[in-house]
Ligand binder design. Sequence first.
Ligand SMILES: NC(=O)c1ccc[n+]([C@@H]2O[C@H](COP(=O)([O-])OP(=O)(O)OC[C@H]3O[C@@H](n4cnc5c(N)ncnc54)[C@H](O)[C@@H]3O)[C@@H](O)[C@H]2O)c1
Length: 245
Amino acid sequence: MVGKLEGRRIIVTGAASGMGRAIADLFAQEGAALALIDVNHEGVRQAADALGAVGFACDVSDRAAVSATVADTGAVLGGIDGVVNAAGVLDIKPFGDLDPASWDRMIAINLTGPFNVVHAALPFLNGAERATIVNIASTSALMPMAGTTGYSASKAGLAMFTKCLGFDLGPKIRANSICPGVIKTEMTRYLWENPEHSARAADRVALKRLGLPEDVARAALFFSTDDSGFTTGTELPVDGGFSWR
Ligand SMILES: NC(=O)c1ccc[n+]([C@@H]2O[C@H](COP(=O)([O-])OP(=O)(O)OC[C@H]3O[C@@H](n4cnc5c(N)ncnc54)[C@H](O)[C@@H]3O)[C@@H](O)[C@H]2O)c1
């Protein structure tokens, strides 16, 4: 059977762990040629080795490094058809306790990081036949939550950045974001390792469970293929029924 991403060359950031890794796994199964980017050198090397992909150790907030890495990716893969921005960091603190340096870091990685990657990839995406951009935002982009001023601002910015990309880059390039709820990854280990907290988080959503990285990977696949060919500039909650609007 032909994979849904056969012939497509895609960058996945944050691919050493969690959702980025699950997206890389699914996209490799579906036949994509992949370039994996992560600040975790060893993790990205392992993922790339396991999937027959090229891996780059790169901090997405470092614009010069991203430009060089994305240019290398375009050369190695012979072009770029898609980008998935999954790299991200979370610091939950009441506003009064939030270190300004942590605010800067969340904005730099969660919001400016995707800007850096898309900006560097644009010449390649413009050369592709049906290019796609998928940004992993969060339900924090859609509703206020205690202790998440910095994180929510970065993710709400990312969701609106993606909407505007949909306008500016259409009709050739489509851009969509995914808003995951609580997904079982390293980022949320502090929560799901505690059975009480985990049960409370599951009970808050209609589908009564925490999300898995694979739930998000399937949504990223949808947005990276013609299955979503008439959809751009939108955001899809993958949250078990939490962010009702
Ligand atoms: N886990 C959740 O419940 C949840 C919910 C909503 C949104 N998200 C978002 O989903 C995305 C994936 O998170 P996850 O849950 O898989 O977390 P994770 O911690 O398992 O993975 C994040 C990956 O990003 C990489 N990374 C961090 N900073 C980087 C940088 N500066 N440059 C390059 N790579 C960097 C990390 O090394 C790691 O491999 C993030 O953007 C996160 O904000 C997570």
